[in-house]
Design a binder for this molecule. Structure first.
Ligand code: AYL
Length: 517
């Protein structure tokens, strides 16, 4: 049984992501493409196109070519869009990096992606320079200024013409975000220009974003949700993308009011904060028409409380990095009729199956099963990892590792997560990575990490550890905290005699999860 979108398939234009997103942008003239919600910095559409071209010319002069990878390490700011599209217009791919990662974690992504240039931002430029030196990266450019790094603005001032790289949008990689997928360590996700163009073309049928819209962009552009759904969908439509570097509830609400934001994009912890925050009603949010949430499960009762306070319905989207990311959405036209707990319908050109986990057998109609999705937005594969790719995509079907059900009307619900991935505040935390950090402790004999319910994070990592004595939970929490980004921290440790494993040595995470429940 194959489920299909109720909307007709879309044509995927044979364009690069930048050609598709900005090809018509000059017609928006001086309208604001991006506004910084903190500094007020503003980039108009014509200015954006000019900057992207000059940036591409400057990067080409540094030797950036098709096949190269440029790392982008920055919080959300208007210049992020300039840097991103300049890299793409030079024919290279971008690997977006979370600025809160530790130097070692950044170094790993730089090495795995074989990045040759690093573009960074003022607040993290010191760390970026240190890591780039260790990684042997010759060129470090900074959005803004920092000693030892060349200002990206220099490239713009040189005003070189943009190169015209030969690229096949169907095969050339545009973005290399990292995701652990259904198992193991974070892997580079090869998203081609066609994958990303397809996803924008697919989702815009259901979401009628226009040049009158203002999109709140607090969710990070280094994550695929911010990258595609918020930033590029907004630029494609000629809307204004309002960037905020972090979620600070009152600052956020004040920005929604001041800039008359029409479309807001949340992750579940933001909705929870807004549901409980006194004083939300004091802000004039009358411009807000659509609010979305995705990246992790969202509680319906919390949704309803937040909706009352915001005076706007909140509906969910669903997808994953490996799908560029969108596969399910609540269309604007059905916004008020779609139940809050659902993730809506399949996006145009997207197919789905529900199978008995670990098999190729469809579940009975109405029953929950593992969600498989297929469409032009599904990644070309993991970088340098054909085994993981083969295990994740079979006959074009992407195994999501999520359990879903669908009603007779084609509306989907995500009901459980089968894969080992932990989502803390919507961010990916890979148990395998934390287990490796634990096992690197000289007194740890064995370890397993699972996600357990957590008030603010939704879910947080808990470790089960076999140790050779004399080790406290505090020791281990500190050991891990010193070695990983704050959002990956283990928040609970339990010492056990043995980690439950299958005969082949695989950790039986379900046994631990059931024991926790
Ligand atoms: P990744 N409900 C439950 N779980 C979800 C949801 C949801 N609405 N959305 C994402 N997830 C989980 O790669 C699910 O386990 O991309 C899925 O496999 O960081 C995993 O997150 C993917 O995590 C949108 C809005 C997509 C957001 C996204 C998020 C993409 C997150 C489309 O319209």
């Amino acid at each position: 049984m194959i489920y299909r979108s109720p909307l007709p398939d879309v044509e995927v234009p044979a364009l690069t992501l930048t050609e598709f997103v900005l090809g018509q942008a000059r017609r928006f003239g001086d309208r604001a493409a991006l506004v910084d919600g903190v500094t007020g910095e503003r980039i108009g559409y014509a200015e954006l196109v000019d900057a992207v071209q000059a940036g591409a010319g400057g990067l080409a002069a540094l030797g950036v070519r098709p096949g190269d990878v440029v790392a982008l390490l920055s919080h959300n700011q208007p210049r992020y869009a300039v840097a991103l599209h300049a890299v793409l217009a030079a024919g290279a791919a971008v690997t977006p990096i979370n600025p809160v990662l530790t130097p070692e974690e950044i170094g790993k992504q730089l090495a795995a992606s074989r990045a040759s240039v690093l573009i960074t931002a003022e607040p993290v430029a010191g760390k970026a320079l240190e890591v780039a030196r260790a990684a042997g990266i010759a060129h470090v450019l900074v959005l803004g200024e920092h000693e030892g790094a060349r200002p990206f603005a220099d490239l713009l001032a040189e005003g070189r013409p943009a190169p015209s790289p030969e690229l096949d949008p169907a095969t050339a990689v545009a973005a290399l975000p990292f995701s652990s997928g259904t198992t193991g360590m974070a892997k580079g996700v090869r998203l081609t220009h066609r994958n990303l163009v397809a996803n924008l073309a697919q989702t815009r049928v259901g979401w009628r974003i226009t040049s009158d819209d203002v999109q709140a962009a607090v969710l990070p552009f280094f994550h695929i949700y911010g990258f595609t759904i918020i930033l590029n969908s907004g630029l494609l439509a000629g809307a204004t993308v309002l960037t905020l570097p972090r979620f600070e509830p009152h600052g956020y609400l004040a920005a929604l009011e001041k800039h008359r934001v029409t479309r807001a994009y949340f992750a579940p912890p933001m909705v929870l904060t807004l549901a409980n925050l006194p004083g939300v009603e004091d802000y004039d949010l009358s411009a807000l028409r659509f609010a979305f949430c995705g990246a992790a499960p969202l509680d319906v009762e919390v949704t309803e409380r937040a909706e009352k306070r915001l005076g706007c319905l909140i509906r969910q989207g669903y997808g994953m990095t490996e799908a560029s990311p969108g596969t399910h959405q609540v269309f604007d036209a059905e916004f008020s009729s779609m139940p809050a707990g659902s993730v809506g319908r399949l996006s145009p050109g997207t197919e789905a199956r529900l199978v008995v986990p670990g098999t190729d057998t469809d579940v009975e109609p109405g029953e929950a099963g593992e969600l498989l999705v297929r469409g032009p937005q599904v990644m070309a594969g993991y970088l340098d990892n054909p085994e993981a790719t083969a295990a994740t995509i079979t006959d074009g079907w992407l195994h999501t590792g999520d359990i879903a059900r669908v009603d007779g009307d084609g509306v989907f619900w995500i009901v459980d997560r089968l894969k080992e991935l932990i989502k803390y505040k919507g961010y990916q935390v890979a148990p395998a990575e934390l287990e490796a950090v634990l096992l690197s402790h000289p007194r740890v004999l064995d370890a397993a990490v699972i996600g357990v319910p957590h008030a603010e994070g939704g879910e947080a990592p808990k470790a089960f550890v076999v140790a050779d004595g004399g080790l406290t939970a505090e020791d281990l929490l500190a050991w891990v905290a010193e070695r990983v980004a704050p959002y990956k921290k283990i928040r609970d440790v339990e010492f056990v005699d043995e980690i439950p494993k299958s005969p082949t040595g695989k950790i039986l995470r379900r046994v631990l999860k059931d024991r926790e429940a």
